[in-house]
Structure formats: structure tokens, C-alpha cells
Design a protein around this ligand. Structure first.
Ligand SMILES: Cc1ncc(C[n+]2csc(CCOP(=O)(O)OP(=O)(O)O)c2C)c(N)n1
Ligand code: SF4
Ligand SMILES: [Mg+2]
Length: 339
């Protein structure tokens, strides 16, 4: 059941679910809000969250020795292994329950968080393995579209035309030339998974998707639009507005895929041109001064329109036609496997 706006505000401000104030993330960074919405939804549904975090801004800025901003059980990880770690924790939990060491009705929600560098690129192998094994966990990528903690290097998620230190915009180069990798479709191709995109502009859609993930009998993957005020060069009160523009221009379509069944959760009747999104951020300003700027924008426009039309067609084609399921012991990491 989604919370009322008042309950939501109370959870958010009174209880500080997950991260407490005093962390060192930049003011206006979207990442801690993403964490709070996810964890508060779990807590509101009677779960105790357990968090594993891949390195990145969210990790290094919340765990500066000897302090920690986390007020839930938390495990510090490398880029490569966050999904492997949370798989092990989830398996140990099942085994302990089976041995009677933990009450049978105890509800824990296992979350892994990673940046796009840790998800699209470096941690993809362990993420794919954990999902394929069917562990019950929720992986959330806070997607700020680059390796921000180390100074804005390009990642597989960086969009075309964005200025990064390893794909800079200048006279000869137009920034990143490749399109952003489509991680959502990669994860949906695992089939035995619940996959969704979320954005801060639509908190209730975000919460509903977390609730679906909590109820789903298997792994879930959530991609969260995560504005980085520092390197996207947006003002520190613009994370939500930027995500709104991302959704309204089809740059960041809100949808979900449950065992192969697509659903576009927010239909956009009259999309704004993608150029509005591009022009709202300083990371594209150097590219916009180049003579080929219009060509780059046109290509991006063509891409986002085609992708959205494809999603609508997939919604139609896959309605009531799950590619897997119902869940069987073959698909799930069962208690028998857990020792
Ligand atoms: C294997 C490995 N390579 C490089 C690093 C250095 N490093 C730490 S955080 C980081 C950037 C992380 O990018 P991302 O996952 O997108 O998170 P963000 O910083 O953007 O939040 C890098 C390159 C590392 N810790 N481990
Ligand atoms: S550099 Fe960007 S992602 Fe990192 S804390 Fe600052 S705003 Fe957030
Ligand atoms: Mg990043």
C-alpha cells in the first residue's frame, strides 16, 4: 500500500531511513534521496533493510572513516562484487531461518546499490550472476551517467555529446560518441526478474515499483535517474526538475518489465523535444557550440522516439504473456541450495 504524503514526509524527515544527515554527498545530489525512498518503502511495508553498496560517490561520501551515515545494517564493497556479497547474505539468512536461528516470520529486504560505473561496466558480471541464480534482492543503480567520484570519467551509461574528462568536447571531439548502453533491456533479458525505471519526479511510481520488487519472488533491478549537480552542472535545487524533464522528453521513459511483460507506467502524450533536456545541463554546453550539435541532437531525438514507440509496441505484444513462470524451484535459489 503506498503511503500518504504525510506518512511519507514523516518517514523521510523523522526517521532518516538508511542515511542520516551529516554525510558528505554534494548538496542537491539525487543519490541519497533515491536511497531514502527505497528504504523507507521497505520499512513502511514491514521489512528491515540490509544494504550492500558498491564503491562510488554514495559509498565514499557516507562512510568516511571512522564515521558512517548508515543506520541500517550495511556492507562496504568493491565495484566488482556487491551482487555477489548480497547473494551470500541472502543465502545465509535463509539458512539461518531454516536452522531456526532466526524467527520464520522475520522480514528482511536485501538491497544492493551501485553507481552506473559499478553497474553498467565493472560490476555487471556479478550482477548478472546473482540475478541468474535467482537470489531475492533488489539492485538499484543510481545512474548519474559517469564515474563521478573520481572526476567525471565516461561510463557505458554516459549519453552522447556529454562532456567528460575521458571523452571531452573540443574542436576535434564531440564528447562521447556512442549511445548510452541500455542496461534495463540487458537486465530484462535475464527473464526471471522484475525490472523497472524510476525518477525522482514521480515518487509514488518509484514507491509502487519498490513494493512490487519487495513482493516479487526473485531478483529485481531498478534503474534510478540520478542528477549529479557537480558534473551535470545543474543547480543544487534542480535534481527533481531535471528528472521531470528527462521523463517528459522520453530521455528516461518510466516503465517496468515483469518476467518479460512490459508496462509503460507513465505515458507521455505530447513529449517535449529532447533538446530541452540537453540544453538544461552544463555538461552538454560545449557540445552545443559545435557545428555538428544539431546533428547530434537529431540523432538522439530519433533514438528516444524510436525506443519509446518500441516500448509501447512491446507493452501491447507482451500483455498477459510472461516469458517465465510461475516461479519454480529450478528458477529460485531455494533453501535446499542454502546448505
Ligand atoms: C576496480 C576499481 N577501479 C577503479 C576504482 C576507482 N573508483 C572508485 S569510485 C569510482 C567511480 C565510480 O563511478 P560510479 O560507479 O558511476 O559511481 P559514482 O562515483 O558516479 O557515484 C572509481 C573509478 C576502484 N575503486 N576500483
Ligand atoms: S559529485 Fe555528483 S554524484 Fe557525487 S556527490 Fe556530488 S552531486 Fe552526487
Ligand atoms: Mg556514476
Amino acid at each position: 500500500m503506498p503511503l500518504s504524503a504525510i506518512d511519507l514526509a514523516k518517514q523521510f524527515y523523522d526517521k532518516n531511513p538508511g542515511i542520516t544527515p551529516g554525510h558528505r554527498l554534494c548538496p542537491g545530489c539525487a543519490a541519497p534521496t533515491i536511497v531514502k525512498i527505497a528504504l523507507m518503502t521497505a520499512i513502511a511495508n514491514g521489512y528491515e533493510p540490509v544494504v550492500a553498496l558498491a564503491t562510488g560517490c554514495l559509498e565514499v561520501s557516507t562512510t568516511i572513516y571512522p564515521y558512517s551515515a548508515w543506520n541500517v545494517p550495511y556492507i562496504h564493497n568493491a565495484f566488482e562484487n556487491v551482487s555477489a556479497t548480497i547473494s551470500g547474505v541472502e543465502t545465509a539468512f535463509k539458512a539461518a531461518k531454516k536452522r531456526g536461528e532466526i524467527p520464520a516470520d522475520k522480514k528482511l529486504a536485501f538491497f544492493a546499490f551501485g553507481g552506473d560505473g559499478g553497474t553498467y561496466d565493472i560490476g555487471l558480471q556479478s550482477l548478472s550472476g546473482a540475478v541468474e541464480r535467482g537470489h531475492k534482492f533488489i539492485y538499484i543503480v543510481y545512474d548519474n551517467e559517469g564515474y563521478m567520484n573520481t572526476g567525471n570519467q565516461r561510463s557505458g551509461s554516459t549519453p552522447t555529446g556529454s562532456d567528460t574528462t575521458t571523452a571531452p568536447v573540443g574542436k576535434k571531439m564531440s564528447g562521447k560518441v556512442q549511445l548510452k548502453k541500455n542496461i534495463v533491456e540487458i537486465m530484462a533479458a535475464h527473464e526471471n526478474v522484475y525490472v523497472a525505471t524510476v525518477a525522482l519526479t514521480d515518487t509514488f511510481d518509484f514507491m509502487k515499483k519498490i513494493e512490487k520488487a519487495l513482493a516479487f519472488d526473485g531478483p529485481s533491478f531498478i534503474a534510478a535517474h540520478s542528477a549529479c549537480v557537480r558534473f551535470w552542472r545543474v543547480a543544487d535545487d534542480q535534481a527533481v526538475e531535471t528528472s521531470k524533464l528527462a521523463v517528459e522528453t522520453l530521455y528516461w521513459p518510466l516503465y517496468e518489465v515483469e518476467r518479460g511483460v512490459y508496462r509503460v507506467t507513465k505515458k507521455i502524450k505530447d513529449p517535449k523535444p529532447v533538446s530541452e533536456y540537453i540544453k538544461s545541463q552544463g555538461r552538454f554546453s560545449a557540445m552545443l557550440k559545435r557545428p555538428d550539435a544539431q546533428e547530434i541532437i537529431d540523432e538522439l531525438q530519433q533514438y528516444v522516439t524510436a525506443r519509446y514507440e518500441r516500448l509501447l509496441a512491446l507493452e501491447e505484444a507482451t500483455k498477459d504473456k510472461p516469458v517465465r513462470g510461475p516461479w519454480s524451484k529450478k528458477d529460485v535459489q531455494t533453501d535446499e541450495h542454502a546448505m
